[in-house]
Design a protein. Structure first.
Length: 165
């Protein structure tokens, strides 16, 4: 969700050719770059949708997704803008609903308060359990992950799993 120019998506799909992957991105130029990466690598199971991730979430059927990757979503650091953050209550309920049982969501940010907010929401969301380890090194193949690692910034990450049927 918010796949940017598809850096992570293309690398991940090349490493996991068995996975069908949908990247959702608002900005058309970034979508175009992501599509070019997919074509260059000949990835047959990767797709890009230009859309608001919130709308896609609402439209997805129950239990239809194995894994969400939500890396470095816009942080909306000002207090009055925080309700615009992608990982908020109503979106998390849709993330949980659309994950298959046992499916996971992975999240990373360099904003500590966003991380703490996301962690608390995952703990409070019925039917989700926080996993002891986050998404691991995967996040550093996203553009922002690479950039932040080079700058020595601390990246906070978590993963949560959908419980039960
Ligand atoms: C900070 S960038 C991170 C890009 C990528 N995930 C990465 O880690 O390199 C956030 C991306 O989310 C996109 N975005 C923001 N709000 C969105 C929304 N509601 N739906 C889909 N994409 C969104 C932005 O256009 C931008 O490309």
């Amino acid at each position: 969700m918010g796949c940017g120019n598809g850096h992570f998506l293309a690398a991940y799909c090349a490493d996991h050719p068995e996975v069908a992957y949908l990247g959702v991105e608002l900005k058309s130029k970034r979508c175009l770059k992501a599509v070019q990466k997919i074509e260059r690598r000949g990835l047959k199971r990767a797709f890009i949708l230009q859309a608001a991730a919130e709308q896609v979430l609402e439209a997805l059927p129950d239990s239809s997704v194995d894994r969400y990757h939500i890396y470095f979503p816009d942080p909306w650091p000002k207090a009055r803008h925080r309700r615009r953050r992608f990982l908020r209550g109503e979106n998390l309920a849709h993330l949980r609903r659309t994950l298959r049982p046992g499916g996971e969501l992975a999240f990373a940010t360099d904003f500590l308060d966003y991380f703490l907010q996301a962690k608390l929401l995952c703990i409070l969301e019925p039917g989700l359990e926080l996993l002891p380890a986050g998404p691991g090194r995967d996040i550093f193949i996203s553009v922002y992950g690479e950039f932040l690692a080079k700058k020595g910034r601390t990246v906070h990450a978590l993963a949560a799993r959908r419980l039960g049927p």
